[in-house]
Every structure is written in C-alpha cells, then in structure tokens.
Design a protein around this ligand. Structure first.
Ligand SMILES: CC(=O)SCCNC(=O)CCNC(=O)[C@H](O)C(C)(C)COP(=O)(O)OP(=O)(O)OC[C@H]1O[C@@H](n2cnc3c(N)ncnc32)[C@H](O)[C@@H]1OP(=O)(O)O
Ligand SMILES: O=C([O-])CC(=O)C(=O)O
Ligand SMILES: [Mg+2]
Length: 289
C-alpha cells in the first residue's frame, strides 16, 4: 500500500519552491509544467525541473511531473524530456483513454531507448473534463502503468459551465464516479485541491467529505494545507483502539468457530474485520503504531 494522503503541487518554473519540495512532509509532490507555468516559460521550466531532480534528495517522497495536455504542442517535448529523468510518475492532464494510450506508447519507446525495465514509469490521470469523467474506467484500463486518478475540479467546473462553490456540490457526480472506478480497478483516487489557502476550516470540511466519499487523499496547492489533510487522513487514537479490539475479538471468536460476533452490541463480520485491519495498516504506515 502506497500512502498518498497529500500531493503538493508546485510550479515547475519556481526554483525556490522546487528546492523546498521534499521538506514539507507531503506524501507526493507534483512538479507542474501545465497551468501554473506561463506559455513563455515552458522550456525553462523543463530545465529547472531537471536541475531540481539532479540536486535534491526526494527520498521517500513520490515525485510526479504534470505535463501539458496531449492536445498542445508542448506535450511530446514534455514527455520526451521528463520521462528520461525517471520520475516516479507522469501526470496526464485532461485525461482521456485516447491520450492515455498515446502516452503509454511513448513511455514504452523511451524506456526501451533508456534501457529501463518496461513499465518503470507510472502514470496518474488527471480527470477534469466531462468526457474524462464519463470515460475514467477506460482511461485506467488502457495502461497498466496507471496507479492513481486525480480530480481537477477547476477545469471540470469550467467544462461543465458551472460555478465552483465552497461545498463542491457541483462535483458530486464526478467524485463518486471516479472513486467507484478507482476502487473497481484498485488504483488510488485523489480529490481536487481546496483553493482558499487561508480557510483551514473549509479545507478540513472539504477533506472530510472527500474521505467520506472514498478518496484515498487530497491534492494541495500550499504547504500550509498539508497538516490539516494528514490529520483528516490519519486514524484517530480511538479508531486505532477500536480496530485493535475488533482484531482481538476476532481471534477469540475464531477459537469458538464463530464468523460473526458482537462487540459493544454491534455486529462484527468479515467486512468490518477487513476495515479494522486497514485502519491498523494505515496507522503502521504513518508510524502511529
Ligand atoms: C487549478 C490547478 O491547476 S492547481 C495546480 C497548479 N497550481 C499551483 O501549482 C499553485 C501552487 N501554489 C502556489 O503557487 C502558491 O501557494 C499560491 C500562489 C497559491 C499562494 O502563494 P502565497 O500567497 O505566496 O503563499 P504563502 O504566503 O503561503 O507562501 C509561504 C511560503 O510557502 C511557499 N510556497 C507556497 N506555495 C508553495 C508550493 N505549492 N510549494 C512549495 N512552496 C510553496 C512560498 O514560496 C513561501 O515561501 P517563502 O516564505 O520562502 O517565501
Ligand atoms: O490538479 C488539479 O486538481 C488542479 C486542476 O488542474 C484543476 O482543478 O483543474
Ligand atoms: Mg486543471
């Protein structure tokens, strides 16, 4: 299980931010060549990212590079230059099954040229168009490299011609559709960023909603958002305590040949035991136990 509670975006043309990328404690960093970088800066951003990857130690932090969409004149140069840097993953914006296939084929070729093991470079799909939402299941299926789907709420709202609201009600269909496709195909799902960097209560509520809907993590655009996201995505002491009691009670029940039993008046059977095990696995991964 790979943790992706938080993924922190940073513009690829900002050397100061690129240098500090590994220190904020985010599980992943996304170095951006797309919308955070002006058209005139695309070439220099590629060079800055290359230098940053050479000179910084990203040990333990997943490094993802967001390329420009396949429909733009920048995409092929982005892929060619960035894949050779061997990031953990390439993030495909405005993702569709057709674009995913093209990216996958380019990565096959580059890995061969560079003598890399086939499939070394993973791909994340940024779903942020109405067509992308409808075809998300196929997009994941196209490439065995695809490890995560991210929701891009700003572009999706623009494509739907709706206003973004604080409670993100306009994203409800996309959120549930993406989570379901990701669960079906066993890849991670990461919710859209909360763009008001000074509203911590709003961020907490939005992250809690994402978690409740099944997202495995949340995108962020500012280091000040990481702690809140991690708090929401960490099991509480009470949850860990309860999970331990479930596992203990399960062992006792097994001795008596019982598959289902009662704990504090509530039924416990396999799905509940599996959830308790998941809570303990996450707690272990984060270092809480
Ligand atoms: C819709 C989309 O496509 S979202 C994805 C693309 N967008 C992005 O990548 C935006 C990334 N975020 C940012 O650029 C900025 O956080 C902004 C513009 C949103 C806000 O900027 P500011 O108001 O200056 O942020 P803030 O005052 O919190 O900055 C404090 C420090 O954190 C740094 N910082 C801010 N955001 C980031 C970041 N994403 N990554 C690394 N460092 C950052 C700043 O450089 C500053 O450092 P300093 O104290 O050494 O000068
Ligand atoms: O990656 C993201 O979620 C940000 C983004 O592009 C969008 O909201 O359009
Ligand atoms: Mg976008």
């Amino acid at each position: 299980m790979k943790l992706r509670r938080s993924m922190l975006f940073m513009p690829g043309n900002n050397p100061g931010m690129l240098q500090t990328a590994p220190i904020f404690g985010a599980d992943s960093v996304i170095l951006d060549l797309e919308d955070a970088v002006a058209i005139t800066e695309k070439d220099s951003a590629r060079i800055l990212i290359r230098e940053a990857l050479k000179s910084n130690d990203y040990e333990g932090v997943e490094v993802v590079i967001r390329i420009n969409p396949m429909s733009t004149p920048f995409a092929h140069d982005d892929i060619d230059a960035m894949a050779r840097l061997k990031p953990d993953a390439i993030l495909l914006p405005k993702a569709t099954p057709e674009d995913m296939k093209e990216l996958d084929e380019m990565l096959d070729r580059i890995e061969k040229e560079e003598g890399m093991e086939p499939g070394t470079i993973k791909v994340h799909a940024l779903v942020e168009t109405a067509y992308g939402v409808e075809t998300v299941y196929e997009t994941i299926k196209v490439s065995s490299r695809c490890e995560a789907v991210l929701l891009g709420g700003e572009d999706l709202a623009a494509d739907l011609a709706v206003k973004r609201s604080k409670d993100s009600e306009e994203l409800f269909y996309a959120r549930t559709k993406i989570v379901n496709a990701c669960k079906a195909l066993k890849v991670a799902s990461v919710d859209t960023p909360f763009t008001d960097t000074n509203d911590y209560e709003g961020l907490r509520a939005d992250t809690e909603k994402a978690k409740k809907l099944g997202f495995s993590g949340k995108l962020s655009i500012n280091p000040r958002q990481i702690d809140t996201i991690h708090e929401v995505y960490s099991p509480t002491e009470a949850e860990i305590h309860h999970a331990r009691r479930v596992m203990y009670a399960k062992e006792e029940a097994e001795k008596e040949g019982l598959g289902v039993f009662s704990l504090d008046g509530k039924m416990v059977d396999l799905p509940i035991i599996n959830r308790a095990q998941h809570t303990l696995d996450v707690a272990k991964l984060i270092g809480l136990i």
